[in-house]
Ligand binder design. Structure first.
Ligand code: C2E
Ligand code: MG
Ligand code: MG
Ligand code: MG
Length: 300
């Protein structure tokens, strides 16, 4: 049961970490309650086409509305959720809620408005033997077509074992696309990228940070851009899509576009927002599309 897994998780943590255990045991207990009491919410960060700054997709990000502490960031509670095993029911909640919402957007705004919806999956979820059938059920129950869902996994999660690769291959066979998240920060290996059925690589924010800085030294400037350039060349060679993460200013957009990136995500483009916020954006974009003359209308 989840309870037994949770206790095992705590034990391992006690062994490994010592001191902050109490705080984390408390966090684990509170997370359990959060799940039962409906304190978790999903927000969505737009993924934008860099050229027109038009939203083409979203990434679902979980938030915890704690009754006392306010909004708690996933960076604080996802690690505890993974250690206690609560990530499995938490992840299932995010999966079901996100599929339901994506299907609602599809029904309201049509197939061209929002092409894809991504959500994060942790290693522990990929190890859960029920994960693939949970995904299939979430798609079936919501009516969301499989090609509209993207599952984001990190390189280190992918590297872990048979069960994980079996799950990834089954998801790929179902027509669900997989994105390698935070690409370049894990124990990246090129053979992994070739062996793993990924469709998209997400260039980690750490390779976008400072990419726009021209310190007057051509070699150094080149060095700042070297990883971003190498990643897009690799992606093109392997036929993978790319998304640049953590874009915080317009200069970064310019440099990334020069390097060949077409999609990006970041506070400069759009903050994570509620589902209603995304609906408003979609409504604006649909209105703009309708009022714009069709492409080529001004040409003979
Ligand atoms: P991630 O999947 O790499 O998600 C991107 C994170 O970067 C999000 O943080 C987002 O708010 C943040 N971000 C986006 N643009 C910018 C920017 O321009 N500047 C900066 N500084 N940050 C930016 P968030 O929502 O706090 O999530 C952190 C991480 O927690 C995620 O990283 C993901 O690994 C994990 N996470 C979030 N939601 C879930 C979930 O539902 N399940 C699982 N397993 N993990 C999740
Ligand atoms: Mg992600
Ligand atoms: Mg990421
Ligand atoms: Mg990240």
């Amino acid at each position: 049961t989840a309870k037994q897994r949770g206790e095992a998780g705590f034990t391992r943590y006690v062994d490994g970490m010592g001191e902050p255990v109490l705080a984390h045991m408390q966090l684990g207990g509170e997370l359990r309650r959060a799940l039962d009491n409906d304190e978790l919410r999903v927000v969505y960060q737009p993924i934008m086409r860099l050229e027109q700054q038009r939203m083409v997709g979203v990434e679902a990000l979980v938030r915890w509305h704690h009754p006392v502490r306010g909004v708690v960031s996933p960076a604080e509670f996802i690690p505890a959720a993974e250690r206690t095993g609560l990530i499995v029911p938490l992840g299932r909640f995010v999966l079901r809620e996100t599929c339901r919402q994506a299907a609602a957007w599809l029904a309201e705004f049509g197939p061209d408005a929002l092409e894809e919806t991504g959500l994060n999956v942790s290693a522990r979820q990929l190890h859960d033997p029920d994960f693939v059938s949970d995904v299939a059920a979430a798609l079936a129950d919501s009516g969301l077509p499989c090609e509209r869902l993207i599952l984001e996994v990190t390189e280190s999660a992918v590297l872990r074992g048979q069960q994980v690769s079996r799950a990834l291959y089954e998801l790929d066979r179902m027509g669900i696309r997989l994105a390698l998240d935070d690409f370049g920060t894990g124990e990246s290996s090129l053979s992994l990228l070739r062996a793993f059925p990924a469709s998209i690589v997400k260039l980690d924010k750490s390779f976008v940070d400072g990419i726009e800085i021209d310190d007057g030294q051509p070699a150094a400037a080149g060095a700042r851009q070297a990883v971003a350039r190498a990643v897009i060349q690799l992606a093109h060679a392997l036929g993978l899509g790319t998304v640049a993460e953590g874009i915080e200013n317009p200069e970064q957009v310019t440099v990334l576009r020069e390097l060949g990136y077409t999609l990006g995500q970041g506070f400069h483009l759009a903050q994570p927002m509620t589902a209603d916020g995304v609906s408003r954006l979609l409504a604006q974009q649909c209105a703009a599309t309708v009022s714009r003359p069709p492409a080529g209308a001004d040409r003979p």
